[in-house]
Design a protein around this ligand. Structure first.
Ligand code: DGL
Length: 285
């Protein structure tokens, strides 16, 4: 029987994994963090695609029927190519498998939340340069434009946030400085933003700081969308609609953790993200 694989460049995907396990506790999971090569967000398309494909191939080789790219950067830069170019070859050789991302389920929630139609995206430089959020939100606003409710999307790259979180420095004064800096830059570009997407799975670790800083920078209430529960609900819905994957999945309720870095170091930091202790194993990709 098969598992659900969850992949991120590092620890950020754990914020997605814990929501998925809350909504779908019955399945077996395999988490892979490519911590040795994180952050991905400052790499080029070729590198992000190559690293992500290696991780996906590894998870599929470990009996995962579905792989969730719990990483916006990998979803933005590698998902489409993997789905269109690589998966057809893999599916011809063996059982049915699929790879899903986190951007589409997030974007679908935006129109119902924003009152002004002014939306801010906080993400890694690679996700911002891919324009994936802008393009996906544009597709959604096509229909809304006819009713005069189109969306105005403004992006902000936050290159320092993932390195701070991966280094365990997200509670520090340094993190405070960089949260304030990027929020001010974003709201300087569009002060009417009322909805903010945390478009990187690491950023929920900074959510408390982000909302504190927002209330000191802006007088208008700003809603923060983080992705965990949206991705989890969307996966539940997907499995209901796709028995060809659902029926392959085993029901043990287990989760194993793999990292390309030192396993003890991963386990220690992952425990902070998950509020429980975990064991991890090292792998090379
Ligand atoms: N969690 C990844 C994301 O959602 C972080 C990317 C990185 O490694 O820079 O984009």
């Amino acid at each position: 029987m098969a598992k659900i694989g969850v992949f991120d460049s590092g620890y950020g995907g754990l914020t997605i994994l814990s929501e998925i396990r809350r909504v779908l506790p019955e399945y077996d999971y395999l988490y892979l963090g490519d911590n040795a090569r994180a952050p991905y967000g400052t790499h080029s398309f070729d590198v992000i695609y190559r690293y992500t494909l290696q991780a996906v191939e590894y998870l599929l080789s470990q009996d995962c029927a579905l792989v969730i790219l719990a990483c916006n950067t990998a979803s933005a830069k590698a998902l489409r190519t993997i789905q269109q170019r690589d998966l057809p070859k893999i599916n011809h050789q063996s059982r049915r498998v699929n790879v899903l991302g986190v951007i589409r389920p997030t974007v679908e929630a935006v129109p119902a939340i924003s009152q002004t139609g002014h939306v801010g995206i906080l993400a890694t430089p690679a996700t911002v340069s891919s324009e994936s959020y802008v393009l996906e939100l544009e597709k959604i606003s096509e229909g809304l434009r006819e009713t005069g409710d189109g969306l105005q999307v403004t992006q902000q790259a936050c290159p320092m946030w993932v390195p701070l979180i991966e280094a365990g420095e997200h509670e520090s004064d340094g993190a405070e400085f960089f949260v304030d800096k990027y929020l001010r830059e974003l709201l300087g570009k569009d002060p009417e933003i009322d909805t903010l997407v945390l478009g990187c799975t690491h950023y929920p670790l900074l959510a408390a700081k982000i909302s504190r800083q927002l209330s000191s920078i802006s007088s208008r209430p700003i809603r923060i969308i983080s992705q965990g529960s949206l991705v989890a609900d969307s996966l539940k819905d997907y499995l209901q609609r796709h028995p060809e994957y659902r029926d392959q999945l085993s029901h043990g309720g287990s989760c194993r953790y793999l990292t390309t870095e030192n396993a003890d170091r991963f386990a220690q930091s992952a425990s902070l993200f998950l509020d429980q202790s975990v064991c991890a194993a090292h792998i090379d990709l």
